[in-house]
Design a protein around this ligand. Sequence first.
Ligand SMILES: Nc1ncnc2c1ncn2[C@@H]1O[C@H](COP(=O)(O)OP(=O)(O)O)[C@@H](O)[C@H]1O
Ligand SMILES: [Mg+2]
Length: 306
Amino acid sequence: MSLAETGQLADISYLDQSPAVQSRLERMKAREVILQVEGLTKKFQAGKTDVTALDRISFKTHRREFLCIIGPSGCGKSTLVRILAGLETASSGQVLLDGHPVKGPGRERGMVFQGYTLFPWLTVRKNVMFGLQMNNVGRAEAKKQADEWLGLIGLTKFADAYPNQLSGGMKQRVAIIRALVNRPRILLMDEPFSALDAQTRARMQSYLLEIWKKVDITVVFITHDLDEAVFLADRILVLSAHPGRVDELIEVPIERPRRPEHFTAAEFAATKARLEALIHPPAKPGEEEEVYPSVPLLADLRDEME
Ligand SMILES: Nc1ncnc2c1ncn2[C@@H]1O[C@H](COP(=O)(O)OP(=O)(O)O)[C@@H](O)[C@H]1O
Ligand SMILES: [Mg+2]
């Protein structure tokens, strides 16, 4: 690579969008709003004091959007996704799904969490059939649909296996289709791949994008992994810590379909650098010294021991 080229790459901003990316995002934003979050605040009672986990969060996602939410540990990501799922209530603000307020769990929202949530006593096929049968789909039809979904993720051969016979990645693939069989409007994913090793994780990201391409689904994907967010998302909502507050909504300037080569693209690096600056802002002058508590020097300790 010539010096001139290097210089050009360094000049790329995460705000620069190719015409293809720009028109893709324009089309996405012209589609109907599936999920709208307005002024969401969540306070927890911790002893006598209140802990504010989320502070006036607002955003919306459009049909077929892949939205990632990123933020440091403890900034309220799981709290947010639990409120979206209807498993937790907000202190104030509201969540609208297709314009209707969310008041509790519902089948229009599919969920995938970090842990493997398959029933260990059911075969893979029966795990997938379970949700359908809970919604009064007949046994034969549920089996047919389960087999179609297993074909989509390439696990037909494992239909009669039990979850403990599958690898971690395979289990999460089954968990994803199990969340999709009831045709939810939105798929909520809370750090679903963080228990997987790096290689499996990267493969799962590609698998998820493959599934997303074939199914009409809007995804809200929580992660604290910057690479994962940039690789997957159309847009990334950045939350700041304590309490969770929206810092920025970033449009990812990378074309689709995403491929592993994109990890080394200049747009990728520029977007990641922006995320890094938001999540780990450079320390202000004088702050660096305060980071580590003072530790007695070895010499001092030796004095004490003698
Ligand atoms: N049930 C709860 N009771 C009290 N505090 C909670 C509860 N759940 C979460 N919190 C607090 O809310 C904040 C956000 O937690 P969480 O949503 O799990 O963050 P994240 O998923 O981003 O790591 C943390 O400070 C956490 O201690
Ligand atoms: Mg969490």
